[in-house]
Design a protein around this ligand. Structure first.
Ligand code: NAD
Length: 277
């Protein structure tokens, strides 16, 4: 059911690669809720993914932009304002990539060139997006920027590797820029810390299926799906959350507040019986 929460609003959505992508679901919901959007992704993702299907469904134009390139970002904001007929009201940053994770290099043996790339793509890109938008005055007052994060920013998850560092920086950028942009232009900036979600980026994490299962069992409400995440992002783009800024908002069925569950105790007892030593 649609509520017209974004009627009259314009936005830019980064990171829809395929139907599994969280950004894909956000784009669909934003369209359903009455927003006009521009879709963007890295040039290689436009070639490899299926974004044109989404563009057709959501009546959106697609503009290529590598989110680490200031030149591409400037072009993206310029063209988006031309297409949408003015400044935007919301931006979704749904971008993540670690060459170290892709190559299976462990955290204690990182390739530093790759490490830099991880941070540039997954964290500094948010700074670049915000800084470009601010210089070009491309976001309307009371606009909203949301970036996607993961609880590995606060706690250690084996296999999440250098992406944990990227998420910690991403959340910090949301706070620091949230202060600057909030004070000068009343723009709000938040991160949404989402449950493990079976997407191209998510499934690339070593042991993802176990992590997803563990998280599902530990969360009183179960894992949040990409569709659930889209619903939450829409509320953050809407006028109903105007005074929410500089927050890392957990959207994870309660996982981040759990310590030990009854299910985990039972499982622990079973494995303890099997191996008494
Ligand atoms: N899937 C999960 O379990 C999960 C959990 C919490 C947070 N997140 C975060 O959600 C966000 C979206 O990921 P997803 O799970 O939908 O996976 P996804 O693979 O569908 O999306 C990642 C996107 O990042 C884009 N990207 C990579 N390099 C880029 C660049 N240089 N410039 C522009 N775009 C670039 C990719 O093309 C892709 O569209 C990421 O920030 C991810 O870390 C995912």
């Amino acid at each position: 059911m649609a509520y017209n929460l974004l009627k009259g609003k314009k936005g830019i959505i980064f990171g829809a690669l395929n139907e599994q992508s969280i950004a894909w679901k956000v784009a669909e919901k934003a369209h359903e809720e009455g927003a006009e959007i521009v879709l963007t992704n890295a040039p290689i993702a436009l070639r490899m993914g299926t974004i044109n299907e989404l563009a057709e469904k959501t009546n959106a134009q697609v503009i290529a932009a590598d989110a680490t390139s200031l030149e591409d970002l400037e072009n993206l904001f310029q063209k988006s304002m031309e297409i949408l007929g003015g400044k935007v009201d919301f931006v979704l940053h749904s971008i993540g990539m670690s060459p170290n994770v892709r190559k299976g290099l462990d955290y204690d043996e990182l390739n530093y060139g790759y490490y830099h790339k991880t941070l540039d793509v997954s964290a500094f890109s948010l700074h670049k997006v915000l800084s470009t938008a601010r210089k070009m005055d491309a976001i309307n007052e009371w606009g909203s920027v949301v970036a996607l994060s993961y609880v590995a920013a606060q706690r250690t998850f084996a296999g999440y590797n250098d992406m944990a560092d990227a998420k910690a920086i991403l959340e910090s950028i949301a706070r620091s820029f949230g202060y600057m942009y909030g004070r000068s232009r009343r723009i709000r900036i938040n991160t949404v810390s989402q449950s493990p979600t079976p997407t191209t980026a998510g499934s690339g994490v070593h042991g993802f299926d176990k992590l997803e299962d563990f998280s599902e069992r530990m969360s009183p409400l179960g894992n949040a799906t990409a569709g659930d995440c889209a619903n939450y992002c829409i509320t953050l783009f809407s006028d109903l959350t105007r005074k929410v800024t500089m927050q890392n908002l957990f959207h994870d069925g309660g996982f981040s507040s759990m310590g030990m569950s009854y299910r985990a105790i039972e499982q622990y007892e079973k494995s303890f019986k099997d191996c008494p030593e």
